[in-house]
Design a protein around this ligand. Structure first.
Ligand code: HEC
Length: 120
């Protein structure tokens, strides 16, 4: 009688462990796939997903986070100066056209003085 009870308890326990493992596995895979989705959407980090984001990220996020860019709010001339400064004093290679113009357009359109896309 006692042994039978023990066996039943042990069986129940085994089921519980299996259920817990299955549940935690599901949770694990669910959050893993969410992370993958987010990565796909945010492959340019926090940069606004508009034409020019890819190229700006590619040239600018190698040395520092793109956040340092998104925090700025500059006029077109201001961005031109930043890029000159990056090239002259920070070791950035010169960027040729059409990439240069694409980047300046992107930055002045989306990271202007009114800071429309200031990161939260
Ligand atoms: C070769 C490395 C390198 C590359 C490439 C680079 N930067 Fe920088 N950038 C730096 C360094 C180093 C600093 C920090 C300078 C300091 O604060 O003294 C910096 C700082 C900045 C800042 C902050 C300015 C401030 O006032 O705090 C901005 C904005 C910026 N970079 C924009 C860009 C943009 C836009 C690009 C792409 C076109 C770019 N950077 C590419 C090295 C780089």
């Amino acid at each position: 009688m006692r042994i039978a009870k023990f066996c039943k308890a042990a069986t129940t326990l085994t089921y519980m462990i299996i259920l817990i493992l299955a549940a935690s596995h599901q949770v694990g895979t669910a959050s893993a796939s969410n992370a993958a989705d987010e990565e796909e959407e945010d492959f340019n980090g926090i940069l606004v997903n508009k034409p020019g984001a890819d190229i700006t990220f590619a040239y600018c996020a190698g040395c520092h986070s793109e956040r340092i860019i998104a925090q700025q709010g500059l006029t077109r001339d201001g961005w031109i100066e930043v890029l000159e400064w990056m090239a002259e004093d920070q070791g950035m290679g010169e960027i040729e056209d059409p990439d240069y113009t694409d980047i300046i357009n992107y930055l002045s359109d989306h990271y202007g003085e009114d800071r429309p896309n200031f990161p939260s």
